[in-house]
Design a protein around this ligand. Structure first.
Ligand code: ATP
Ligand code: MG
Length: 463
C-alpha cells in the first residue's frame, strides 16, 4: 500500500452505490471493505481497525447519526465521513459537530469523493510523519549533548582505546558492562559518535523503565487496533534507529519473551510490528548495557542463554572508579568547569584536603557520585576552592560502610560530612539570599519546582 493509501469501511445498504464507492476508491489505491448495515459494520470493526469510515445516515437496522456518535467514542482514531441522500444543512451541522470530518450528499461526484479521501489520506500521512519526527527529537533532546570522556589513567586509556577500535569496526552488537555510574551511557553515545553511523540516529531505551507490553510496542511498533490503546499505527524505535545505533540500557531487565524477539532481530535484521503481518527490515547496530550480573541471571533462567552469547561477542567492561583513583583529580576539574559555568561562579577547584578525601573515597556510585559531590560543592561554595566541609556523599549512610571497608586512608573525622538535610537547608538559604527573597527566582536557581520549594521553606522554617 502506498503511504497515502488508507483502509476504508463503507457502510451503505444500496449494493450498487456501495460497490461504486469501492471501485472509485480502490482505483485510487485504498483498501475498501463494504458493509450493508450497522450490524455487519460493527462486526467488521470488532475484528480489525479502519482509518476511515464512510457512513450512510439511513441504514436498515440502525440510525447512522447514532452510529457516528458511538464510533467517535469507541474508535476515536477512525475518521468518519457521512454520505447521505437526505442531507440538509441542520443534519450536516449536527454530524460535523458530532465529529464527522465531511458531509457529502448523494449522488456524490466521483472526483469529489476521490479528492475528499485523498486530502484526508495526505493529512494522515503528514500526521504520521510529524509523529515520527517528534518521537525522534524527543529522544534527541532527552539525551544530554555528548560529553567529553575524561581520564588519562591506564584503565580509562584502555577503555577509550577499545571504544575507538569497536567504533571503527562496523560492529553489529556490543555489550557494555560495569557498575552503576561508570560511564556506560556516556561510552555508548561516544562509540556511536565515533562510528560510521554517527550521522544517523542514536536511540536509547531503558528496558527496566517501562512495562513489558509497552517496551515491545516502543521497540517494534504496532498496528492500529492491535491492542486497546493502539489508536494509530506506530513505528517502533528499531525503525527509527534504522542505519543508526540502538542503545538498550538495563538489558538484564528485559522480559524473557521480548528477549526472544530481540534475538530474532539481531540474527535476521527483521521483525514485525505488533499485530502486523508485514516484515520490516532494519540495519541497526545494538549496544546493550547492564550493571547486573547477567551470568547469574542466565543461571537463574532470567536471561536467555542464546541472547547472552549473541550480545556478548564484544564484551566491554568499564572499571569502577575505585580501581582508577588516579583519574579523580582530572574528573573533578572537568566537573568543576561544567558546574562553575552553569552556576555562573568563579571556582578554581578543591582545597588539598578536600581533594585528598575524594581520592581516598571508595565511590560506590562511581563517576556519577563524584559528579554529584562536585555539583553540590560548586552550588554551596562561597570561596573559589571547595572545602571539605562542603563535601557530601549522596550514597551515605550505606556508603559510609563501603568507605570503612575499602578505604585504606584514615577514616573520615566525624562531623566533616554534612547531613542531607543540612546541605539542603544551606543551599535553599543561599538561593533565597541570591534571589533576594524572591521565591520563584530561588526555585529557578535550585532547579526545583515552585511548590516543592514552598514546602521545603516551610519544612526548614526559612522565612
Ligand atoms: N570518564 C568519564 N568522563 C567524564 N564524565 C563521565 C565519565 N564517566 C562517567 N561520566 C559521567 O558520570 C555520569 C554517569 O555516567 P553514565 O550515566 O554513563 O553511567 P552508567 O554506567 O550508564 O550508569 P547506570 O548503570 O546507572 O546507567 C554521567 O553524567 C557521565 O557523563
Ligand atoms: Mg546508564
Amino acid at each position: 500500500m502506498a503511504d497515502t493509501a488508507v483502509s476504508i469501511l463503507v457502510v451503505e445498504d444500496n449494493v450498487l452505490v456501495g460497490l461504486g464507492v469501492k471501485d472509485v476508491l480502490e482505483a485510487d489505491g485504498h483498501e475498501v471493505t463494504v458493509a450493508a448495515d450497522g450490524k455487519s459494520a460493527t462486526e467488521q470493526l470488532a475484528t480489525r481497525a479502519f482509518e476511515v469510515a464512510i457512513l450512510d445516515l439511513c441504514l436498515p437496522d440502525e440510525d447512522g447519526a447514532e452510529l457516528l456518535e458511538r464510533w467517535r467514542r469507541e474508535y476515536p482514531g477512525m475518521h468518519v465521513m457521512i454520505m447521505t441522500a437526505h442531507g440538509d444543512i441542520q443534519k450536516a451541522v449536527k454530524c460535523i459537530k458530532a465529529g464527522a470530518f465531511e458531509f457529502l450528499t448523494k449522488p456524490v461526484e466521483k472526483v469529489l469523493l476521490k479528492n475528499t479521501v485523498r486530502n484526508l489520506a495526505e493529512r494522515l500521512r503528514l500526521n504520521r510523519q510529524v509523529n515520527l519526527l517528534s518521537q525522534l527529537t524527543q529522544r534527541e533532546t532527552a539525551t544530554e549533548p555528548s560529553h567529553r570522556i575524561v581520564g588519562g589513567g591506564a584503565a580509562m586509556h584502555q577503555a577509550m582505546d577499545l571504544a575507538k577500535r569497536v567504533a571503527s569496526s562496523n560492529f553489529s552488537c556490543l555489550f557494555l558492562r560495569g557498575e552503576t555510574g561508570t560511564g556506560k551511557s556516556l561510552f555508548a553515545k561516544a562509540i556511536h559518535g565515533m562510528s560510521q553511523r554517527a550521522s544517523n540516529p542514536f536511540v536509547e531505551v531503558n528496558c527496566s523503565a517501562l512495562p513489558a507490553m509497552l517496551v515491545e510496542s516502543e521497540l517494534f511498533g504496532h498496528k492500529r487496533g492491535s491492542f486497546t490503546d493502539a489508536k494509530e499505527d506506530k513505528a517502533g524505535l528499531f525503525e527509527l534507529a534504522d542505519k543508526g545505533t540502538m542503545f538498550l540500557d538495563e538489558i538484564g531487565d528485559m522480559d524473557l519473551a521480548l528477549q526472544a524477539k530481540l534475538l530474532h532481530v539481531l540474527e535476521e535484521k527483521q521483525f514485525r510490528r505488533i499485530g502486523d503481518s508485514k516484515v520490516v527490515n532494519v540495519d541497526v547496530a545494538v549496544i546493550a548495557a547492564t550493571n547486573k550480573n547477567v551470568e547469574n541471571q542466565v543461571a537463574a533462567g532470567q536471561f536467555r542463554e542464546d541472547l547472552y552469547y549473541r550480545i556478548n561477542v564484544i564484551p566491554f567492561h568499564l572499571p569502577p572508579l575505585r580501581e582508577h583513583p588516579e583519574d579523580v583529580p582530572e574528573l573533578c576539574r572537568h566537573f568543576v568547569d561544567i558546574f562553575a559555568r552553569r552556576f555562573g561562579k568563579k571556582i578554581h577547584g578543591l582545597t588539598d584536603d578536600a581533594m585528598s578525601r575524594l581520592k581516598n573515597y571508595s565511590w560506590p556510585g562511581n563517576v556519577r557520585e563524584l559528579r554529584n559531590v562536585v555539583e553540590r560543592g560548586c552550588l554551596l561554595t562561597q570561596t573559589e576552592a571547595i572545602g571539605t566541609d562542603l563535601l557530601f556523599f549522596p550514597t551515605l549512610p550505606g556508603a559510609a560502610m563501603a568507605v570503612a571497608a575499602t578505604v585504606t586512608a584514615p577514616p573520615t573525622p566525624a562531623g566533616t560530612v554534612m547531613s542531607m538535610a543540612d546541605a539542603e537547608r544551606q543551599a535553599i538559604r543561599k538561593a533565597m539570599d541570591e534571589a533576594q527573597g524572591n521565591r520563584n527566582k530561588a526555585a529557578r536557581i535550585l532547579g526545583l519546582h515552585r511548590t516543592t520549594l514552598y514546602k521545603k521553606l516551610a519544612e526548614y522554617g526559612i522565612e
